[in-house]
Write a protein that binds this ligand. Structure first.
Ligand code: N2P
Length: 382
């Protein structure tokens, strides 16, 4: 019998009462049915009532799956300390397979086509919202996240995922301007620097629709979540004027060119800028006076993750103070982990009220996403 037929027969035995719940769970896990799928199935048939609130229902109460096997992680590049994965593998015996992406859109496309078979991914807040709305995430089992209390109160219960049903925070940061302090007389204080012809060919903006169009909306005093066709048309015109002077649209990989001096001015995130500065001290970071983006990236488990148990174990590992501190020390980003912050010597301070006044979180654009996509395609092609 094929596995699928075996699973169907097992399901019939369970619903007809020939197999009890415990035997059903054990045999289904043995057939390769994931814990999250099983949880959803058991909850749908009313069997999840005894599971803890907001958990992967069923398996946690019926049988505790072991922390074992393979864990597939898909994360942004340069976004983890060098020893995090080896230390987790050594402690748990879990084998980690680690792949990287450069933008939220790349991640979203992968998850929407059901590709990758990942157990953990690291979207920005507005993408958590999109993934949850499309039922692409597995709910967290808080009983497996003993260290969750280490998260700073201000980073718990985010607007994009109330109650942390699906996510735990990874790092937070801002999207501003990295610049070579030995090539420019002063820090760029405005997005207008990307319209300054004296820097033609020495500048880059990020390869990211939300960041590029968002910067030009901020430049005109608008929200970086604007859905107004008129405001977006103005942002497009500003982006096209800048494009004529840009070397490229490039995100994290621009670091090497900032270090070498091929690029003097780059739209970039604060932490990646600090990573470049570690190699080339003549690099500064500026948040333009018109304002910029602030974001919180989070660990989430895709709905069909094969190893949700190990994914939770990795989340709980990251929530430890020492592991969280090493992570942010490497990335140069802010830690949302208060206990980690307490043991760091050079932590990024929480933004001041004055800074928060100029910073804006990206939100899901809903139906206007299509218009943004169209404008971005036109900018790239234009
Ligand atoms: C990766 C940094 C990603 C931050 N180097 C984007 N939210």
């Amino acid at each position: 019998m094929k596995k699928r037929d075996e699973a169907m027969a097992l399901w019939a035995d369970f619903t007809d009462g020939r197999v009890d719940r415990r035997a059903f769970v054990l045999q289904a896990l043995g057939l390769g049915v994931s814990a999250s799928t099983l949880g959803a199935v058991l909850q749908a048939c009313g069997g999840g009532a005894s599971a803890p609130e907001g958990s992967v229902a069923g398996p946690a109460s019926a049988v505790e799956p072991p922390i074992a096997g393979e864990l597939r992680i898909y994360n942004w590049s340069d976004y983890i300390a060098e020893d995090t994965v080896p230390a987790f593998e050594k402690e748990t015996g879990v084998k980690v397979i680690y792949d990287m992406y450069e933008s939220n859109e790349e991640l979203l496309a992968k998850l929407q086509i059901g590709g990758g078979g990942y157990d953990l991914v690291v979207p920005t807040g507005y993408i958590v919202e999109v993934l949850a709305a499309q039922s692409l995430l597995a709910p967290l089992n808080k009983a497996w996240l003993k260290n969750f209390g280490n998260v700073a109160a201000s980073f718990q219960n985010p607007a994009f995922d109330t109650g942390n049903k699906f996510s735990i925070p990874w790092q937070w940061g801002t999207t501003g301007i990295a610049w070579r302090t030995d090539k420019l007389a002063a820090a760029p204080d405005s997005w207008a620097v990307f319209h300054d012809a004296q820097f033609k060919g020495k500048m880059t903006q990020m390869d990211d629709s939300r960041d590029v169009i968002g910067s030009w909306l901020k430049f005109r005093g608008k929200s970086l979540n604007s859905t107004s066709a008129e405001e977006l048309a103005a942002a497009k015109a500003d982006a096209m004027a800048a494009k004529a002077l840009l070397k490229a649209y490039l995100s994290a990989p621009v670091k090497g060119q900032l270090v070498s001096g091929d690029v003097w001015i780059a739209q970039l995130w604060n932490g990646d800028t600090m990573q470049a500065k570690a190699e080339q001290p003549a690099i500064g970071y500026a948040v333009p006076k018109e304002g910029a983006g602030i974001w919180l990236d989070s660990l989430v488990i895709p709905r069909d993750a094969p190893n949700a148990r190990a994914a939770h174990a990795f989340m709980d590992f990251i929530l430890r103070p020492d592991v969280g501190a090493a992570l942010s020390t490497f990335t140069g980003y802010g830690t949302p982990n208060q206990a980690a912050m307490a043991v760091m010597t050079d932590a990024v301070p929480y933004p001041t009220a004055e800074e928060l006044g100029r910073l804006e979180y990206q939100k899901d654009l809903g139906a206007a996403t299509a218009l943004w996509d169209q404008i971005w395609t036109e900018i790239k092609a234009g």
